[in-house]
Design a protein around this ligand. Structure first.
Ligand code: 5AD
Ligand code: SF4
Length: 470
């Protein structure tokens, strides 16, 4: 018998898609304890901030947010209600006990690896405990302990959803906190992933994005006794009926093996879009970043991927102003961007993260140079993005209509290349794949018109066109 929801849970999620997935799983863990999710923090009995440590001053921002939310705790107390405050995710992992010391209003601090223990932690809080901290990297994986998605409609995660397959990172890029906050690489077993994907497909999910900090390092135990890489896993997931599209993010160039490249050639459900961060284009800088690849390795890899899948579009991450980066190193980055051609990218000024090797390097780049380089890089990337989008005008593509639009009668969809595509369409097409003609391109979206081939609105017909168009 599921408990009748009597309490309200509010989770605010920061940062990456991994956190979005984790927040959904936290809600699943707490549902049997009677917590129903709410979008309104003011009515919550349990407030969780699921934090991200990747951006600058991440911890400070969490402390300010806690300051702002304090009034909810006071308001609850005035009404005779205890409002529990929890901080989760990578800032929680990094701050640990310091968090409850600096913000005594926080009842619970727990890391990305321990939220399967929430029931036990909440029971202790209900018993009167305060200031609990659980930031272990436990030997028992959370994935083994988590319940299946909360029934009856817990598997209904929407038309496009995430599935976490791998966590942690052993790469230790010298600027990055992830290996410290998320711990060592861990891959979920194949059977668990397939079962979760089957439940998602049965609940109406058409597109799954496999998640991992370093997802293409995936090496999971398979039912055949072997260890499967990501390419093999993708091929298995592609067999699931109802699933039309697969993606994965984020990848390290070093872990792009032949089998995964072959999956891009052979598997039409695998979308022609890949987030493959290179960070910089200078070998000197790449070496100082401990990236374990050269710019030429990356160029060759992109060439092999495009041989396998000629319409593959690339996305990336870049850091400018890494310690020791000179003008000519930065020029190498611009050249690499020009050669590769990105459909979309994220770019950042380097900023030191306490505890990472690069933070202690003396040769930091002046702020002004960082700003200039970032502006130049973003100009180039912006031009590439617009050119990529414009090249789609006049073409037809399959679009997964996965959200309602801002206006009535409008749905928002995703192209195979991750472009956002608003179209005029009736609500009954939500969750289906439609053949769309692109009529206009902007920097961040394509405007489309649903092409009414065959039986309009017959979702089966529309969806079958997807694999061909992709
Ligand atoms: N400074 C700037 N950018 C960083 N990133 C990670 N750490 C830092 C840092 N210290 C960027 C990288 C990574 C993305 C998620 O965030 O480009 O790929
Ligand atoms: Fe961080 Fe990615 Fe490097 Fe791992 S591979 S250390 S997650 S930047």
């Amino acid at each position: 018998m599921p408990a009748v929801p009597s309490k309200k849970l509010y989770i605010k999620t920061y940062g990456c898609q991994m956190n979005v997935y984790d927040s959904a799983r936290m809600a699943d863990v707490l549902a049997p304890l009677g917590y129903a999710s709410t979008e309104d923090a003011a009515e919550a009995d349990f407030v969780i901030l699921n934090t991200c440590h990747i951006r600058e001053k991440a911890s400070e921002k969490v402390y300010s947010e806690l300051g702002r939310l304090r009034r909810l705790k006071d308001k609850g107390a005035a009404e005779g209600r205890r409002v529990i405050f929890g901080v989760a995710g990578c800032v929680a992992q990094a701050e640990g006990a310091e968090m409850v010391r600096r913000a005594p209003m926080v009842d619970l601090v727990f890391g990305p690896q321990t939220y399967h223990r929430l029931p036990e932690l909440v029971a202790r809080l209900d018993g009167g405990a305060r200031g609990l901290v659980d930031t272990d990297f436990p030997a028992d994986s959370k994935f083994d302990r988590l319940p299946e998605e909360s029934a009856p409609d817990g598997a209904n995660r929407g038309p496009a959803a995430f599935l976490s397959v791998q966590e942690g990172c052993d790469k230790f890029c010298s600027f990055c906190v992830v290996p410290y906050t998320r711990g060592a690489e861990f891959s979920r077993p194949v059977a668990d992933i397939v079962a979760e994907a089957q439940r998602m497909a049965a609940g109406g999910t058409r597109e799954i994005t496999l998640l991992g900090q370093n997802v293409n390092a995936y090496h999971g135990a398979a039912p055949d006794g072997a260890t499967w890489g990501l390419g093999r896993l993708l091929r298995r997931l592609a067999e699931i009926e109802g699933l039309a599209r697969l993606r994965y993010t984020t990848s390290h160039p070093r872990d792009m093996d032949a089998e995964l490249i072959a999956a891009h050639r052979d598997e039409p459900k695998l979308m022609p879009y890949l987030h493959l961060p290179v960070q910089a284009g200078s070998d000197r800088v790449l070496q100082a970043m401990n990236r374990k690849h050269t710019a030429e390795d990356y160029r060759r890899l992109v060439g092999a991927l495009r041989d396998a899948r000629p319409d593959l579009a690339l996305s990336g991450d870049f850091i400018v102003g890494f310690p020791g980066e000179r003008e000519r190193d930065f020029a190498d980055t611009l050249r690499l961007v020009t050669d590769v051609g990105y459909a979309q990218a994220y770019s950042f000024k380097y900023s030191p993260r306490p505890g990472t090797p690069a933070a202690g390097v003396a040769e930091q780049v002046p702020e002004e140079a960082k700003s200039e380089r970032l502006a130049a890089l973003q100009q180039l990337l912006g031009e590439q993005q617009l050119a990529f989008n414009r090249a789609k005008v006049g073409s037809r593509m399959s679009v997964l209509l996965d959200r309602r639009g801002k206006r009535a009668g409008q749905l928002l969809g995703r192209s195979p290349w991750m472009q956002s595509v608003p179209v005029a369409a009736p609500a009954r097409l939500l969750g289906t794949l439609a053949e769309v003609e692109i009529v206009e391109a902007h920097a961040n979206s394509l405007i489309g018109r649903v092409v009414t081939t065959g039986d309009e609105g017959h979702t089966g017909d529309l969806s079958e066109s997807d694999t061909e168009a992709a």
